[in-house]
Design a protein around this ligand. Sequence first.
Ligand code: PXP
Length: 243
Amino acid sequence: MPVLAVNVDHVATLRQQRRGIEPEPVTAAHLAELAGARGIIVHLREDRRHIQDRDVELLRACVKTRLHLEMAATAEMQAIALRLHPDTVCLVPEKREELTTEGGLAVAGREDDLRRYLQPVWAAGIASSLFIDADPAQIEAAARIGTQIIEIHTGHYADAATDAARDAELAKIMAGIAMGRDLGLKVNLGHGLNYVNIHAFRNVPGVGEYSIGHSIVSRALLTGFSEAVGRMAAIVESFADQT
Ligand code: PXP
């Protein structure tokens, strides 16, 4: 059965806007699990623009499903993963100036380096995922590295400007899923998936996990808006009784 893993980065984005204490990603993770998420994902970026080290520490203590840590393949992140022991690390490319992860990790041609990087992670009992484009060369390289999981980047599909471009991206993803499975990899999908474009995967066998963040956090914000305003309006208007 395919499962949903929820990325709570943007709960932290909102909190970091004020460098305050709310909203709390750990609370969001807990609610996500209660609502049916089978995994919680955070991306600890080098610039700490949303998720902080303390978030990963607290989530490691509180997440009851599976904790997936997205990270760049740096020595700093490897040390954090080995210390905090997420269930999975997902290696992603990272550029300081990007708004979000822009593409898959280039793994072809870097097999030896990435295998060396992941060896201590595997030795610690942490599974690895590589976030890659639906490109046969990258998928074959991922299998050669020895990762257990790949996450195929769905952002080009989600962002396609025309129907023809969207269909072409979808065809690449479908072929990538089949290829990954044939190579013995667990295949996940993620990036840019929302309540509309996810339907394209309805009859697609072989996907283990859908990794979704932005659209869920966006929807949660708006579906909760009326309740939040109504509650505050009721408090303010109750002051009239005191005058
Ligand atoms: N998978 C990876 C590797 C990502 O970097 C992200 C974004 O942080 C996601 C999935 C989730 O993407 P979105 O927030 O667009 O759902």
